[in-house]
Design a protein around this ligand. Structure first.
Ligand code: SAH
Length: 380
């Protein structure tokens, strides 16, 4: 095969490299070692993706940058759905045609972004819709940070009063610690003063409990940690979350007791409340025992029901009894309703919908859309 007919190698995205990788490349190419930081600043602080405009970089540097890397965000918005609660769900498409989602949630004094770390997920939690669709691929650091840039653009287009993302939670699709290196690299872009400059207290990595990676994260990054607990009972947690068979609750607890909480405001535990599964007072009692010795806050999340799942959300009274049980034992346990329920903003819902649509004929997609529109315009 002649060189000209060889398929062109896809170029690496300029936000995918670690600081060490940049320094190596700069040494090899006799460019200043801080070039990586300059690139990060142009892209993340000034939203400038054209290296020809990098005025503090030499001409030779700009040319080499231009020819060596991929220079767009790398993601396109496929669909946005605004919810009545002000959050906006973004279904995005990667350069290789995969779909995943993120949610931007502006409030008066902050803008929170919920990002995905993978297309799909390998963890197969029974109550989670992403778990049902299985795993397609990891997202790169550039694709993770790119979601924040997309979110900011969506708010700018909407003319929102605040457009800068202030908080990030890894609670979209995927298990962030199953994609460790890319997630850590993305977090570094988020909290670096040369990057998005977010407070380390305002970036939260949420995990189902991959113990070795929790330990690594404690050493590598000062960001906040959230654990998707969902049950304090070994047997029932294993039924809900296969990961619990590999990393049992007792070991998870040991790991969390050793976790360098420091000034990280403790650990957040997420607890999806599922009718008749994990919402009894006996569970609450076990939960208190599990949390003993930990600086913990619990988010109680009534399960977001999805089609085909036999599981239902707990009744409001059960949620409130559970909450009271924790509160009188000094464990803060706010009830959190998933944002954007009216636009299927819960974990994995939109991308699953998209995938189902891709497998349908155009006519049935049109029919589904029409039914949705009718449902939307019918007052409840
Ligand atoms: N893999 C990460 C991120 C998952 S999504 C983790 O496990 O933490 C973020 C949160 O949404 C998790 O706590 C997850 O358990 C929860 N979640 C998944 N499906 C849900 C549903 N149907 N209703 C409410 N919360 C759900």
């Amino acid at each position: 095969m002649s060189l000209s007919s060889m398929p062109e190698q896809p170029k690496v995205h300029a936000l995918n490299w670690s600081r060490e990788r940049w320094e190596l490349w700069c040494r090899e190419n006799k460019l200043p070692r801080f070039l990586g930081k300059q690139v990060q600043k142009w892209m993340l602080q000034k939203s400038c993706f054209d290296p020809e405009l990098f005025s503090d970089v030499s001409k030779a540097g700009r040319e080499l940058l231009k020819s060596s890397f991929q220079w767009d965000i790398g993601l396109t918005v496929s669909q946005t759905l605004a919810s009545a609660d002000g959050s906006e769900k973004i279904l995005f498409r990667t350069h290789d045609g995969k779909y995943a989602e993120c949610v931007v949630m502006p409030t008066e004094n902050r803008v929170t972004m919920c990002v995905s770390s993978q297309v799909g997920c390998r963890m197969a939690c029974t109550f989670c819709q992403t778990g049902k669709i299985g795993f397609t691929r990891h997202l790169t650091a550039a694709e993770i940070v790119g979601q924040i840039l997309l979110g900011q653009r969506v708010l700018e287009d909407r003319g929102a009063p605040r457009t800068r993302v202030t908080n990030v939670v890894f609670m979209g699709m995927g298990e962030p610690l199953d994609n460790y290196d890319e997630v850590v690299n993305a977090c570094r872009h988020m909290i670096s003063s040369d990057g998005l400059g977010l407070s380390k207290h305002k970036v939260t990595v949420s995990t189902c409990g991959l113990i070795p990676e929790i330990e690594r994260l404690g050493r590598d990054l000062p960001v906040r940690l959230a654990i998707s607990l969902h049950s304090p009972d070994q047997e029932s947690r294993s039924k809900m979350m296969p990961v619990n068979r590999r990393y049992p609750l007792a070991d998870l607890k040991e790991t969390l007791l050793r976790y360098p909480v420091g000034n990280r405001h403790g650990i957040t535990f997420e607890y999806v409340m599922i009718d008749g599964v994990n919402d009894s007072l006996a569970h609450a009692k076990k939960l208190v025992k599990f949390l003993h010795g930990l600086k913990a806050k619990v988010n109680l999340i009534p399960m977001n029901e999805h089609p085909g799942s036999p599981m239902k959300e707990s009744a409001a009274e059960r949620v409130s009894d559970f909450q009271k049980y924790l509160a009188v034992r000094s464990i803060p346990a706010p009830v959190r309703y998933s944002k954007g329920q009216d636009v299927s903003a819960a974990c994995g819902q939109l991308a699953t919908k998209k995938r189902d649509e891709l497998n349908q004929t155009p006519r049935s997609v049109a029919l589904t859309r029409r039914r949705e529109l009718i449902a939307e315009s019918t007052p409840r």
